[in-house]
Design a binder for this molecule. Sequence first.
Ligand code: FAD
Ligand code: UDP
Length: 376
Amino acid sequence: MTAALMDAGDFDALVVGAGFAGSVCARQLADAGWSVLVVDARPHIGGNAFDTRDDAGLLIHPYGPHIFHTNGKRIFEYLSRFTTWRFYEHRVLAEVDGALHPIPINRTTINGLYGLDLDEAGVEAFLAERRTDRSPACSSEDVVLNSVGADLCEKFFRGYTRKQWGLDLSELAAGVAARIPTRSNDDDRYFTDSFQFMPADGYTRMFERMLDHPGITVRTGVRFARATTPKPRRQLVYSGPIDQFFDYCHGALPYRSLRFEHQHLAGTERFQPTGTVNYPNEHAYTRITEFKHLTGETSAGTSIVREYPMADGDPFYPIPRPENEALYQRYKAMAEQETGVSFVGRLAQYRYYNMDQVVGAALAASARLLGREDAA
Ligand code: FAD
Ligand code: UDP
């Protein structure tokens, strides 16, 4: 057993993972008077939302771009205890046939791509003519064909999805492509949520404040293994992969990974016109993000990241498709038999959760532990 876990039995709660799931639970339990030990296998807190300064001094997201957006006022207010915010609305362009067009597809996209000058009603009619009826929409392919038809599907979705997931659109659950709406107006924001902000001093600083509590002890670089860790006095909160917790006894749950290629361009003040540019068909990477758009920082150079999807590596994305859900349900049934263990977060619940959804899940889980129903 790792020495750093030998005293786990001296704490009311052991929280595995210092990302959103673990940190929110830790804070909620500590606020209620529990003593909490938080461990993370990585050398830092924040999970995948961790941010840090690169060698050029710019704030970057080592695990890919994280943009906070939510319709949950309570979630926004909860996080506002630990950070102030910078207003930021994310915009994304996609490179198709050598030109950049807004994604989600909107009026500008249709007019630019096909050399048209349609008004909103014209765009609606244009899409209505091209849409293929695939209801009920069971797969992501159905969703895209239902909303924009075959040509736009090939140009914007099929190649990107193949790269990102290593699967065809038809092999992925409807919810994946349903994340991307279609618009007939000129709204070119990636998200339309009521709250769209970046933490003013970065995510890591927000996590530091969340975990800065006399009842919380944080140890990074510490890997939890169930078999060798003493049980905490009251509760284990686990936010790692659920299949790993159970030693893969039903087989490994598929996760998709990424390789991040970070680059600082010393002489380039602005690399691209929007925070992210997607490459649905060209290149092995799916997208390039320029952090200065997200952070509002100014400097003579700029820092970018390219994302290369990978089959192996850190588990970044659960892969939503029916057979994986069935396997997850087998692990979930085991999780429900455990006493004194909560499974919370994107990996532990095998859900394609955004950050705000993980905060919501963590607030609900900690409220249940504290015998409150008010934080769900
Ligand atoms: P994680 O952040 O994965 O934290 C789990 C932690 O547990 C990890 O730090 C891991 O090291 C630790 N751990 C696991 N197993 C063990 C173990 N055995 N022992 C010790 N520690 C362990 N969401 C948005 O809302 N907006 C975005 O723009 C956005 N962009 C994203 C971009 C990318 C490339 C990715 C991959 C995700 C993005 N997300 C975004 C989703 C967001 O990252 C997640 O919703 C959120 O970070 C999940 O938090 P979590 O605490 O559940 O998991
Ligand atoms: N997608 C696509 N083309 C795009 C953007 C998204 O095909 O230009 C599809 C793709 O399958 C992607 C999914 O929609 O994985 C969800 O996109 P999102 O930007 O929400 O992915 P994330 O930011 O979570 O990686």
